[in-house]
Structure formats: structure tokens, C-alpha cells
Design a protein around this ligand. Structure first.
Ligand SMILES: Nc1ncnc2c1ncn2[C@@H]1O[C@H](COP(=O)(O)OP(=O)(O)OP(=O)(O)O)[C@@H](O)[C@H]1O
Ligand SMILES: [Mg+2]
Length: 415
């Protein structure tokens, strides 16, 4: 029997609120063992983009070192999430001539590379080029055309692009942490991979990842990511609204939100009285009572606005019918009680809260909705042999090419 060998891979979630790193061993039989995790408060990051390079380097290095210390291993390269650079989706149609020969990996690469010919790629870079449907000589619905014969291979490709400057900043930041990037994965894509079950992905589902500084939407249909969108509004905006509205420090606003907050106003909220410290000369010396209904009436409009924006963007995309009747909410900010019900009311769909599903052995700290992106990066690695097989000697040498290696080669085909 072939000896099982393993390879350590690192997932790095650069969030607006926290930076998290997971180190895992992936064996050649595709079993996964989490060997270390590290978390650090995000610094130098806004809406997933670097706004202070030195602070971001420090925060990322701290999260990675914490995971290294627990595991006793050193991370050399990471699979990182992409939130920055206003990622956007575009469907393109690409064709290559086969002239009667059998479709091979090279033909697939050529057809997918057509994503690079998008006209707006001068200031944007390709993050994902995902084939949603292959067509050979007019026959649609082919999932994997390899081994088939024909004259012309066509593909409908979902191309996800982002502003090149923001992406280079992330690449530079990670490089300055002495790490290489093995793969870069859109945050909402990763969250979907972690939380969604196969049936949802096949029948059509929308995942909404509600983070600290951003809310990301991704639509999956027929097993593929077909649309993605991002709003630069998240849970920290709710906290800011509370701090401003009640005149209380941000730390107290955050506490009020997580301990007493609710997404929807209810009649008994008038009867619940909360003590709120006010900002003043003598900090925290003054405090006063407010009813819970005051707190909830600050939270609800902001969340309603987020879901209404998502609804109108989905409608504008023309893909709402493919998104199905199901919505999965995830991300730290989805934990606010009542958020599921509010989303269901505004979006008029069935909504559930999504947590990472697919990796056994996760610690409790990585099992909640705030870890969906992080865990999804590992799921992505497991689905791409070019990543997990990179240094497993028993795997096919041909599959070991690193898709993303150094910054210069960074943004090419990823699926
Ligand atoms: N129990 C809770 N109730 C309500 N909100 C919560 C709770 N726990 C965390 N949050 C909120 O979740 C947000 C952070 O979520 P998360 O950790 O997913 O963000 P992130 O990944 O760092 O940010 P982003 O994805 O936007 O880059 C914060 O705004 C925080 O207030
Ligand atoms: Mg996040």
C-alpha cells in the first residue's frame, strides 16, 4: 500500500476586524488535521484593504506566529482571501478551435485564459476564471470536456476581477511577512465553500458573509460560483451607529450590541432598561438608562439597508432567478439575534445561518460563522490538487505546479 504523506498548508483570513491563520496537515489520502490556529485584532486594514502597511504586517505576522507556535511548524506559503479591490463579476464567452482532436488540459487552459482578455484588465486583475458551462460544437451543459472530440470548444466563464493596486498591496504585505501566496480566493467564495452543502450549490443559493467592515454576497448555481458582490458596510458600522446615536464609547457600543442587540424591534423592548455610559469629560462617570427599543431602533435600519441593497443588486444582476429560494447568512455579524428573520423578510427567501461544515477537528473557536472564510480557504486547497499536492512527494509531479507563486506571477488562472 502506498505510504500516506502529508503537507502543511496555511490559510490566512485578512478580515476587517480580525486576522486569523489556520495551519493544517493535508495527507495524500486527503484527510485533514488542524495543527494550529492564531488570531489577532486587525490593524491597518479597512474593508479588507491595506491602509497602513506596517500595522498590517505586524498584525498578520502575529496571527501567523501564534499558529506556528501551537503547531511547532513554520508556514512558508499561504492561501489568502481577497476582499479588497472592489471585486466584481463578469460573464464571458470564450472559444478555442479543436480541429477534431481530443480535448486535453491544454485546451481547457487556453479557453479559461480568455478571461485575461477582458477589456477592463488594464487597472484590474483576474482573481478567478470559473467555467460555468462547456460547449462542444453547440452541445451545451458539458461539465468536463476532457477526452471528448469536436471542432470547437467554447465555455461560459465567470470572471472575477479586482483593482490591481489593492491586490498588489496585499501581495506586498504578505511578502513582507516572509510568506509566499499559494492561492488567492475571493472571501465570499471561500465562505460558500465552507458553509454550503452540495444540494444548495447545485439548486441555487445566495451566501451573504456579514463581516466587520464588509458584507459580501456570492451566488452559486449548478455547483459553480456565478455571481459575487461586495458592500463596504458591516457589523462595525452598526457599532458606530450605536456609539453615535447613544453618545457612548465604541467599546460599550460593541458590548451593548453583542449582549443586548437585536435586529428587529419587538413590543416588549420598551420594558427592558439598559444602563449606558456616556462620553463626557470624566469618562464613564456618567451613565443613564435607555430602553432596549432605542438600541434596536438604531440597529434595525442599518441592517435593513444592507439587505435592501443586496436585494436590489441581485435583481440588477439579472441572476436572481438562478440564486434560488435559499439564503445562507454567515460572518461574525450574522450572529446578532433576529438577523435571520430580518433577512428573510427583506429578501423574501428562506434563510439559515451558516457555519463551517466540512473540516473535521476544528476547535470551537473556528467553528462559528466568523470563521467561514478561513475554513473555506482550506476547503479550496483541498479541491485544488495544485495547492494541496505542492509538496506531497507521492503525488503526480505534473500536478505540482504552483498556480500562484511569487508576486509577479500572482494573479492568473485559479481554477
Ligand atoms: N455575537 C455577536 N452579535 C452581533 N455581532 C457580532 C457578534 N460577534 C461578532 N459580531 C460582529 O461581527 C463583526 C466581525 O465579523 P467577522 O469576524 O466575520 O469580520 P471580519 O472577517 O474581520 O471582517 P470582513 O469580513 O468585513 O473583512 C463585528 O462587527 C462584530 O461586532
Ligand atoms: Mg470576513
Amino acid at each position: 500500500m502506498a505510504k500516506i504523506r502529508s503537507n502543511t498548508i496555511a490559510a490566512l483570513d485578512i478580515g476587517s476586524s480580525k486576522i486569523s491563520c489556520l495551519l493544517a496537515k493535508i495527507s495524500s489520502d486527503l484527510s485533514v488535521q488542524i495543527i494550529g490556529s492564531g488570531h489577532h485584532v486587525a490593524r491597518g486594514i479597512k474593508s479588507g484593504a491595506i491602509i497602513d502597511m506596517e500595522d498590517a504586517i505586524q498584525a498578520i505576522s502575529n496571527a501567523v506566529s501564534a499558529a506556528e507556535q501551537i503547531s511547532g511548524e513554520t508556514a512558508h506559503d499561504v492561501i489568502v482571501n481577497i476582499t479588497a479591490g472592489q471585486p466584481s463579476s463578469k460573464m464571458i464567452h470564450a472559444e478555442v478551435q479543436l480541429a477534431g482532436h481530443e480535448v486535453d488540459d491544454n485546451d481547457l487552459k487556453n479557453v479559461l485564459d480568455h478571461g485575461r482578455t477582458l477589456p477592463d484588465l488594464t487597472d484590474r486583475t483576474l482573481i478567478h476564471s470559473i467555467p460555468t458551462d462547456y460547449v462542444i460544437d453547440g452541445s451545451h451543459g458539458i461539465r468536463d470536456p476532457r477526452g471528448m472530440f469536436g471542432q470547437k470548444l467554447a465555455a461560459n466563464i465567470h470572471a472575477v476581477t479586482a483593482n490591481i493596486g489593492a491586490i498588489r498591496n496585499i501581495a506586498n504585505c504578505i511578502s513582507r511577512c516572509h510568506l509566499d501566496i499559494t492561492a488567492a480566493v475571493l472571501s465570499s467564495y471561500a465562505s460558500g465553500l465552507a458553509c454550503l452543502v452540495e444540494d444548495e450549490m447545485d439548486l441555487g443559493v445566495t451566501i451573504i458573509d456579514m463581516g466587520g467592515g464588509t458584507t459580501k454576497t456570492a451566488v452559486f448555481n449548478d455547483g459553480n460560483l456565478i455571481f459575487t458582490d461586495l458592500l463596504s458596510v458591516g457589523g462595525s458600522h452598526v457599532t458606530n451607529d450605536i456609539a453615535r446615536g447613544l453618545g457612548t464609547p465604541l467599546t460599550h457600543a460593541e458590548r451593548l450590541k453583542t449582549l443586548h442587540g437585536h435586529a428587529m424591534l419587538m413590543s416588549m423592548d420598551d420594558n427592558e432598561i439598559l444602563d449606558v455610559p456616556f462620553i463626557g469629560d470624566d469618562q464613564y462617570a456618567q451613565s443613564g438608562p435607555i430602553s432596549k427599543s432605542v438600541l434596536v431602533s438604531i440597529i434595525q435600519p442599518r441592517l435593513e439597508e444592507i439587505f435592501e441593497l443586496i436585494r436590489s443588486r441581485l435583481e440588477a444582476s439579472g441572476l436572481d432567478h438562478l440564486a434560488g429560494r435559499h439564503v445562507v447568512l454567515t460572518g461574525g455579524a450574522s450572529q446578532l439575534p433576529g438577523t435571520r428573520e430580518l433577512a428573510s423578510m427583506v429578501l423574501n427567501k428562506q434563510v439559515r445561518i451558516g457555519r463551517p461544515l466540512k473540516i473535521p477537528g476544528l476547535q470551537i473557536t473556528e467553528a462559528g460563522p466568523a470563521s467561514s472564510t478561513l475554513v473555506g480557504l482550506l476547503v479550496y486547497a483541498l479541491q485544488n490538487k495544485s495547492i494541496y499536492g505542492k509538496s506531497i512527494p507521492s503525488l503526480d509531479k505534473k500536478s505540482q505546479k504552483t498556480v500562484f507563486s511569487r508576486i509577479g506571477k500572482l494573479f492568473g488562472r485559479s481554477k
